[in-house]
Design a binder for this molecule. Structure first.
Ligand code: ZN
Length: 422
């Protein structure tokens, strides 16, 4: 969560959860009071902004991942201002708010990539379409009397997306004329060399793997991030109806159904089952004809309570057995708990004879060369690396130095609770 103050106006950019804390607290999060969530460190401590809440003109959300919208149910209601987001992002936000049952009565303004909106007499917000790992992602531009701010969390540059169109490069490039006073940069994958990975590449990886496996006698079980609608589309495309498809698990159902409302995925031929009893009943019927099915399950990180984890632990009438194939279309988010969960899951699956296929995936975050490309396109006056550990942000700073920026003069490293004055 970032707040930008210009004269007497404040704009809040994103209101997310600390995902490392969330993995540990997910079950209880909806039951937690706002105070308890502060104390557990899952939601941002917004005290410093809250003291000046009359100045806050908008809460602007860039995309629907939980580390960008997850704290809305707990925090947004305290501000008398609109929430601004794209259609898919707003649907996810509303679902989270409904589940949390908090008083969140903020007006909602739905904008699309390319739209602009006046927040006050002097501040205007603009959305620029970008590719990421969830539909309707945007970079947020804040036009102010002091210059332009570009908030670029999160993006990758994908020239061949499976869903939608490439990022709006023309608009990003034109920003350099304004000029851009500051760029807040996505440092998550900046340590990774190279760039230019595309979702079409992943689709081909999955296609090749499935070509070999379609005729096998086992179940094909696929797992990815539930909000990765583009990846689910890629899977449905390469399956081409050869196997019947089921989506199993609550978060898959939630994200897919919301996407369907906006024509982002066609679920006509997909069986969708959510609660334990439903899934259990379905798997009982499926076990004996498993070679007819492609089962998409929650649990790519090995989370306890997910469908894949429960399958591995023998909690359903269908047992994993030799000849079953598990396809992981994700990376393990590198936290200790995730790594432990995933290791547990893999051991259990292997012990029962399943064959594991890992890393059918590319990240939704820009690598080093795409980050450099953004800096060159925008030519910002200052750069503020964000969205990573200090090590990742320092790596972004080193990249900026290669591009002629200077630490503490035109590059600023910050941390939670700090203020930077430009
Ligand atoms: Zn994201």
């Amino acid at each position: 969560m970032t707040a930008v103050e210009v004269d007497d106006d404040i704009v809040i950019l994103d209101m997310g959860l600390d995902m490392e804390e969330v993995v540990q607290e997910e079950d209880e999060l909806e039951q937690m009071s706002t105070k308890e969530s502060f104390e557990s460190g899952t939601i941002p401590d917004d005290g410093i902004i809250h003291e000046q809440r009359d100045k806050v003109k908008a809460i602007v959300i860039g995309h629907g991942h939980l580390d960008h919208i997850g704290a809305l149910p707990k925090l947004a209601g305290a501000y008398d201002c609109p929430i601004i987001a794209t259609p898919y992002t707003m649907k996810i936000a509303n679902q989270r708010i409904d589940e949390d049952r908090k008083e969140v009565r903020n007006d909602q303004v739905v904008l699309r990539g390319g739209d602009r909106y006046w927040l006050s007499n002097s501040l205007e917000v603009e959305f620029i379409h970008v590719t990421h790992s969830i539909p309707h992602s945007v970079m947020t531009v804040l036009h102010t009397p002091e210059g332009t701010l570009l908030y670029s969390l999160d993006f990758r540059f994908d020239e061949e997306p499976v869903l939608g169109v490439p990022s709006d490069y023309e608009r990003i490039r034109r920003l350099s004329r304004e000029p851009v006073k500051a760029l807040i940069g996505d440092s998550t994958r900046v340590e990774m060399q190279g760039g230019a990975e595309t979702e079409s590449m992943v689709r081909e990886m999955i296609r090749h793997r499935l070509e070999r496996l379609h005729d096998s006698k086992g179940a094909l079980i696929f797992s990815t991030f539930s909000s990765h609608i583009e990846r689910l589309n890629a899977l449905l495309q390469v399956n081409k109806g050869r196997r019947k498809v089921a989506f199993l698990g609550r978060s898959l159902k939630d994200y897919a159904k919301l996407a369907e409302e906006l024509d982002l995925i066609d679920l006509q031929d997909v069986h969708i089952l959510s609660y334990y009893d439903e899934v259990s009943h379905f798997l009982k019927r499926t076990a004996s004809v498993r070679d007819e099915w492609l089962l998409v399950c929650t649990g790519n990180q090995g989370e306890p309570g997910s469908v894949l984890r429960r399958l591995a632990e023998g909690e359903y009438p269908m047992q994993i057995r030799e000849g079953d194939h598990i396809l992981f279309s994700s990376t393990v988010i590198p936290t200790l708990l995730n790594q432990y969960n995933r290791q547990q899951l893999e051991q259990k699956l292997k012990r029962q004879g399943a064959v594991l296929h890992r890393d059918l995936h590319v990240s939704g975050h820009a690598r080093r060369e795409d980050t450099r490309r953004l800096i060159r396109m925008v030519n910002p006056m200052t750069i503020i690396p964000a969205h990573g550990t200090l090590q990742m942000e320092a790596s972004y700073a080193a990249l900026a130095q290669e591009e002629g920026y200077r630490l503490n003069e035109t590059i600023f490293l910050s941390e939670d609770g700090n203020c930077l004055e430009l």
